[in-house]
Design a protein around this ligand. Structure first.
Ligand code: CP
Ligand code: NVA
Length: 321
């Protein structure tokens, strides 16, 4: 929430605060409505700008389709084709776009630029990934787990194996918010930032979720209800490719690791995957992968997120959990 106005931003998954469970349920409802052919055009008449500094397949397409399905209009902008690429400031861009559109979805290299855009925009800003968080991804991931676990996260354990990156940061905070236990196996040098861990732990103390950190993928995976991994080399980390590929040897989700988890385990990957690196073909294409549903659920999650920011429920609604 921007303190200077009552517009709502989604820069961190923590910004969904007490709304997260409702957003997950609303996404599931909208998924069913799309199948039944009775989805309402709840954002009719709104215009939403999408700014991308980095490549995207899922986020861009799912946002554009979500916006279209809800009766709104999407304007996709590649940052390097905007005046931003020629030195116009983020603040001025935010001021101008706010005069045209009802929300801005932004994929940025730097979280400070995300914060700057939100600060100067008078319309909601949605983080479509930056170097700190990927909140929309995790909303979709929680939808995927909720539909497999009858909406109950408490008492379930997800093991995350790999890099302590933007995806993990949102997963730690979002997991803690819904009461999910998260066991991380990450090489010492690639652990998530201390302030993110502290934030997630504060939330976990309130919800009863348990967050643990080790360097042992097998220990984390043993008995886990879900396994999650992401690329070893994120967008922007390409200069560290060689060192990272060395450091993450052994941090792979393969058949042997899946065999240690619960027989009912679900395997998640936000994609794009580097098959043969952080995850094997046999797991991605195997019976325990929830990865394609996970990718689809981005679409339903984006709808619920945009609705929540643009059409908040009436004041006085009782808070969730
Ligand atoms: N998972 C995800 O955000 O994918 P894209 O980079 O293709 O948007
Ligand atoms: N951690 C990855 C996620 C891609 C969707 C990256 O930032 O490149």
């Amino acid at each position: 929430m921007n303190p200077e106005s009552d517009k709502r931003d989604l820069l961190s998954i923590a910004d969904l605060s007490t709304d997260l469970s409702e957003v997950i349920e609303r996404a599931r409802e909208m998924k069913r409505a799309r199948v039944d052919g009775n989805l309402s055009a709840t954002l009719q008449g709104t215009n939403i700008a999408l700014i991308f500094e980095k490549p995207s397949t899922r986020t861009r397409t799912s946002f554009e389709v979500a916006i279209n399905d809800l009766g709104a209009h999407a304007i996709s902008l590649a940052a390097k084709e905007m005046q931003l690429g020629r030195g116009e400031t983020i603040a001025d861009t935010a001021r101008v776009l706010s005069r045209y559109v009802d929300a801005i979805v932004y994929r940025a290299y730097r979280h400070i630029d995300m914060v700057e855009l939100a600060r100067f925009a008078s319309v909601p800003v949605v983080n479509a990934l930056d170097d700190r968080e990927h909140p929309c991804q995790i909303v979709g991931d929680l939808v995927t787990l909720a539909e497999r676990w009858k909406g109950v996260f408490r008492g379930r354990r997800l093991a995350y194996v790999g890099d302590g990156n933007n995806v993990l940061n949102s997963l730690l905070i979002g997991g803690a918010m819904v009461g999910l236990d998260v066991a991380c196996a990450i090489p010492e040098a690639y652990r998530p930032p201390a302030d993110v861990v502290q934030k997630a732990e504060e939330i976990a103390r309130r919800t009863g979720s348990r967050l643990t950190f080790s360097t042992d993928p097998k220990a984390a995976a043993r008995g886990a209800d879900a396994l999650y991994t992401d690329v070893w080399v994120s967008m922007g980390d390409e200069g560290e490719k060689e060192a990272r590929e060395k450091a993450f040897q052994g941090y792979q989700i393969n058949d042997a690791l899946v065999a240690l988890a619960s027989p009912d385990v679900w395997v998640l990957h936000d994609l794009p995957a580097h098959r043969g690196m952080e995850i094997t073909d046999s797991v991605m294409d195997g019976p325990r992968a929830a990865i394609w549903d996970q990718a689809e659920n981005r679409l339903h999650a984006q709808k619920a997120i945009l609705e929540r920011l643009l059409r908040p429920p009436p004041a006085g609604r009782p808070p969730m959990n």
